[in-house]
Design a binder for this molecule. Structure first.
Ligand code: FES
Length: 154
């Protein structure tokens, strides 16, 4: 994480001294963009850098589901399981993905290509069911559309 300190310093200049704790979120985003997940050592170093209690960083990581605490596959498939998506077949999509990839939610395929997760509302209820692949939304999904999508992900 140390190589990110210049980037953190730039962000820090935009915040008043009394708002240092507000830097936790953007710093965690920068760490995850850099490594793909937030390691325990990152939390310790960020605690030292910002001078905030470790629990404050842990709470942010626990609250926002987009933060990852361990390496994941090249393609992160996140299936929304909230109300609108559930009513339009999200459970079936999740089961289809699980069966096709041979993994349960929270797992990564042995070849490291795919990680499957469930998430709460992705904010695109009007086009449910939604599956997010890395940073891209795939809306109005069906098992057939998922099969085509998986086939394109190398
Ligand atoms: S319930 Fe799935 S996007 Fe809102």
């Amino acid at each position: 994480m140390k190589h990110l300190i210049p980037q953190f310093d730039l962000m820090r200049r935009r915040y008043p001294d009394e708002a240092t704790s507000s830097l936790v979120l953007p710093c965690l985003h920068a760490i995850q963009r850099d490594r793909g997940f937030v390691a325990d050592s990152d939390i310790a170093e960020l605690t030292d850098y910002l001078g905030v209690p470790r629990i404050q960083i842990e709470e942010v990581l626990a609250h926002y589901t987009q933060f990852r605490r361990a390496p994941i596959g090249r393609w992160h498939l996140q299936t929304c399981r909230n109300l609108s998506c559930s009513m339009r077949g999200a459970e079936g999509l999740l089961g289809h993905l699980s069966e096709k990839l041979g993994i349960a939610p929270g797992q990564t395929t042995p070849d490291g290509r795919f990680t499957l997760s469930t998430v709460e509302c992705l904010g695109s209820c009007g086009t449910a069911p939604v599956v997010m692949v890395n940073d891209t939304y795939h809306e109005s999904m069906s098992p057939m559309r998922l099969d085509a999508l998986i086939g394109e992900l190398k």
